[in-house]
Design a protein around this ligand. Sequence first.
Ligand SMILES: Cc1cc2nc3c(=O)[nH]c(=O)nc-3n(C[C@H](O)[C@H](O)[C@H](O)COP(=O)(O)OP(=O)(O)OC[C@H]3O[C@@H](n4cnc5c(N)ncnc54)[C@H](O)[C@@H]3O)c2cc1C
Length: 553
Amino acid sequence: MDGDVVVVGAGLSGLATALGAALKGRSVTVFEAADLVGGAAAYSGGQVWVGANHVAQREGIDDDLERARAYVRDIAAADPELLDEQALERWLTTAPVATKYWEDVGAIRWAVIPGLADYHSDADGALEAGRYLTNAVIDGSELGEWRGRMRVSPYFPVGTTYAEMFEKGRRKAYVDDADQVAEHAGVPAFGRAGVEAPTGASDTQLDDPLTFGTGVVASFVARVVREDAVEILTGHRVVELLRGDNGVVTGVRALGPDGPIERRGRVVLATSSFDWNPELVKELLGIDPDDFGSVAPESIRGDGITLARSVGAAVARIPATSVPMLPGWPSQVGTGVGYGPEFALPHAMIVDATGKRYCNDSYWVDIVRRTLDPADRHLPFFLIWDEQHHRKYGLGATSPGEPYPVGMVTSAPTLGELGAALGIDGVELEHTAMHFSEHAAQGVDPDYGRGSVAFVQRFAGDPDHEPNAVLGPISEAPFHGVRLKIVGTGIGSSGVHIDCDGHVLDEDGGQIPGLYAVGSCAALTTTGSGYNSGIALGRALTLAYLVAQELGS
Ligand SMILES: Cc1cc2nc3c(=O)[nH]c(=O)nc-3n(C[C@H](O)[C@H](O)[C@H](O)COP(=O)(O)OP(=O)(O)OC[C@H]3O[C@@H](n4cnc5c(N)ncnc54)[C@H](O)[C@@H]3O)c2cc1C
């Protein structure tokens, strides 16, 4: 049976669009290239940024649309030419409505992430808490047979709540759950008995609590699989868009385990970004493979862009300096790059080959902006830390104080020798570390402001480290270092050009009939060069709502 609607990708935006369209009476086929559903969203922190949302309101937090608008406008003000004014307004005004809608239809129970400040605390309209939502814990049993077909994040201690994680610090929470995190990296079965549900969830004990991005997506999965009108075909990669004589997109062709299959209907691209497509990484970010890695699933290959281009769609570009990416290091598990708060913990700093610092090196927004600045690039770049960091935090799958795997980290008795081994000016590195350490011991960084961003302190820092959760001297031998990579998280910012309602546009700005795009495969013209964690998922759920309403009308 052909569906009215074909959704390409079963990550968060695709599943939400499918649910919304089904609730509007449509029959929907969802094609998912991977064997598991959830996409990068299931790997994510599950932070969903929504200004003036109803959840904050019911928790007694004061916010309104004017302040949310002021905030987004301020963080996007540097590059107004990258902004689509209509898309910005549509998103800001629809996001609170969509957020409530998803809760009203039983797709998720929301909770505010406690005490997490907007990135840019100094911007107009910034809040100290209230705009980051996540799911209020779901038990895996609610997914039935789909529990085993869900991606589980290897990057967050799934089962732990944000409140619990903040109490220990993110790194310690991860290390405490390391066995489970490693065991469940891409492996379905997971359970942690006896975790208390947080305020706002049920007061019973859960056997298989799901939190972070895994929990957010699991909530939608549990709801969408109850809709008979939605068919989800995993292991099916869409490879072609079908068109009628008049140029209307009429369906897709996918490759599945039993060969090619076609479905007719209006098509929604929900394939996320282009992390695992080196040509698109080079074209849209200007980064070579040696300097780039990704923690998104390997099925995120820019297919939405390739498919849309094949029918004449335009690609909108956001400069690499504004793309939310992070520094990463070689990893012993998973996709080859490490992702975590280690670079932002005390007793660490980032330098380039000259041995000098050049950015607020605990704050990824500044790291990316300055490392990739076309007028003053700082590639290659390196993370440098000392034995105190090793003893307290470890790195990736290496627990605190454990030996690093052979070949992963370079170590030396002095910073000069470390510099020589890594290809960094060792004399300058010694000077840099000495200067950094003098101030770090006082909890300040007069040069680049490390330790001054409230979001970073809470999300990445060590709450037990005084006087500053992200600053400590680099003074105890042996010293350690790695060459870093820029790490994508399934948000490329550049992508398929859409209008404010998710219609895919051609090079002349006209709508391509029958074709929509939602989530991170669509360019972030909504906020241009401004970004705050959670905007990817917040906008994804808003676009899914808007497109689903139109598909159902
Ligand atoms: C570690 C990590 C932490 C993050 N934290 C946050 C956060 O806290 N807040 C936030 O807002 N964002 C965060 N992100 C980014 C966010 O998760 C992504 O931008 C988001 O998942 C995008 O949602 P989506 O629905 O567009 O795509 P996804 O959830 O990635 O889903 C896309 C799906 O499409 C499938 N697909 C691709 N091509 C095809 C094809 N040809 N045919 C069929 N299926 C296809 C993929 O396999 C995938 O399942 C994080 C990402 C990572 C990796």
